[in-house]
Design a protein around this ligand. Structure first.
Ligand code: GLU
Length: 426
């Protein structure tokens, strides 16, 4: 019998197209089992909800909220919650698929998910954010839990949002259940090192790439960072601490450049004072496009998806490009990069996996009620990032494919193995 098949219109979005195209290409390269392939092209489950909550002026607004669970062959679903005006079903579905490959690539016993609300958190008060988070949590409450699906921070969310989520979930069950989320405040079961983990992880992969390319990381090593949120600011700070020179930093408001180097601490203070980076006095104002085209040794992308298009990819002047954001390179941009052997790409699912890795540590510590020291966490994180880098590098050499293809293949093969071992229900 011919079946109509899964209609893709519901998921249509640039990011879903990007992640699905990546899967399609990798599947071809490894001659992926057709049954598994069809299953992996779509999420296992999507939950769409309208989230009503009261604004401070007493109006009730209703915003679309999502939780997408892509695959749980390896363990409970895992992935962040995003608050951003660009959130859509397609975007969240693409990000959920990326989480599946990321967790598998890192060897974590976790599946892939993502959630979010289409909103602009910068325009909301703390009370509005709290009411929205609590209602969203109660809408998705039957689908999450320490053994089911464990949310975490992503763009626009932070420790405080995770604390409200944990509290709403716990109040509904009648006792404290910290392990329902990761990235929560330390005092309620968060892990040391989780806030900085994604940025640190990016730097650990850059260190491995530099070793491979026989490139010394010194005060002459010029680093440009796009994005100065949680990932970008911690990555810049760690690059500076290992002795490199941060020459350019930007965010949505523009950027700043100084050939002699910028102080990350000083920039952080400027940023925390809510001043635009382009108004930073000890640097020259630059645009985001200029930052991407800056002549540098290391370019860290830690802003948003879709920034490296084909024309931008042609303009890049870095030696190593590390993707701290999810999906910063478009399919067309990637085609250009695959031909440019002067740029070594550390793909997103490898470069930014430090976040979910320490989330995994947090989950394990919470389940055991036994907490580790910061030193232990950072050492374990560095080891796991270095091991994953080595696995991807090996696959890239053996199969003669790009680091991106190699990372995807490594993740997809692990998920496939788990699915084949578990068999098909019913
Ligand atoms: N949102 C982060 C990511 O995209 C972290 C997810 C997590 O810790 O579960 O990897």
């Amino acid at each position: 019998m011919r079946q109509p098949g899964l209609i893709s219109a519901e998921w249509d979005s640039p990011l879903f197209h990007q992640t699905q195209t990546q899967l399609d290409r990798a599947a071809k390269l490894i001659s992926l089992d057709e049954n598994i392939f069809q299953r992996l092209r779509y999420p296992q489950r999507v939950l769409m909800t309208s989230v009503p909550f009261r604004m401070d002026d007493q109006r009730v607004v209703v915003l679309p909220g999502y939780r997408v669970q892509h695959n749980n062959a390896l363990g409970p679903f895992k992935g962040g919650i995003r608050y951003h005006p660009g959130v859509s079903l397609g975007e969240v579905s693409g990000l959920a698929m990326m989480m599946t490959w990321k967790c598998a690539l890192m060897g974590l016993p976790l599946g892939g998910a993502k959630g979010g609300i289409r909103c602009d958190p910068s325009q909301m008060s703390r009370n509005e954010l709290q009411r929205m988070t609590r209602r969203y949590t109660s809408e998705i409450i039957n689908f999450i839990g320490p053994d089911k699906d464990i949310p975490a921070p992503d763009m626009g969310t932070n420790e405080q949002v995770m604390a409200w989520l944990m509290d709403t979930f716990s109040q509904n069950h009648g006792y404290a259940i910290p392990s329902v989320v990761t990235g929560k405040p330390i005092v309620i079961g968060g892990s040391l090192g989780r806030v900085e983990a994604t940025g640190r992880g990016v730097v650990y992969t850059v260190m491995e790439a530099a070793k491979k390319l026989k490139m010394k990381l010194t005060s002459k090593t010029r680093v440009a960072v796009q994005g100065f949120g949680n990932v970008g600011s911690h990555a810049a700070g760690k690059m500076a601490r290992i002795g490199c020179r941060i020459v350019a930093v930007s965010n949505h408001s523009g950027g700043t450049f100084n050939e002699k180097g910028l102080s990350v601490d000083d920039l952080t203070a400027h940023h925390q004072a809510k001043k635009p980076l382009s108004e930073y006095k000890k640097g020259e104002a630059i645009t985001n496009e200029e930052l991407l085209a800056t002549e540098c040794d290391i370019l860290i992308l830690a802003a948003i998806d879709g920034v490296v298009t084909a024309p931008i990819a042609r303009q890049l002047k870095c030696r190593i490009m590390a993707e701290g954001a999810n999906g910063p390179t478009t399919v067309e941009g990637d085609a250009v990069l695959e031909k440019r052997d002067d740029i070594f790409v550390i793909p997103d699912i490898l470069a930014n996996a430090g976040g979910v890795t320490v989330s995994y540590f947090e989950w394990v510590q919470g389940l055991q009620n036994l907490f580790w020291s910061a030193k232990e966490i950072n050492q374990k994180l560095q080891q796991l990032m270095a091991d994953a880098f080595a696995r991807v590098d090996e696959t890239s050499r053996k199969r003669k494919v790009s680091m991106r293809q190699a990372a995807l293949i490594t993740g997809i093969e692990r998920v496939t193995q788990a699915m084949l071992n578990r068999g098909f229900f019913p």
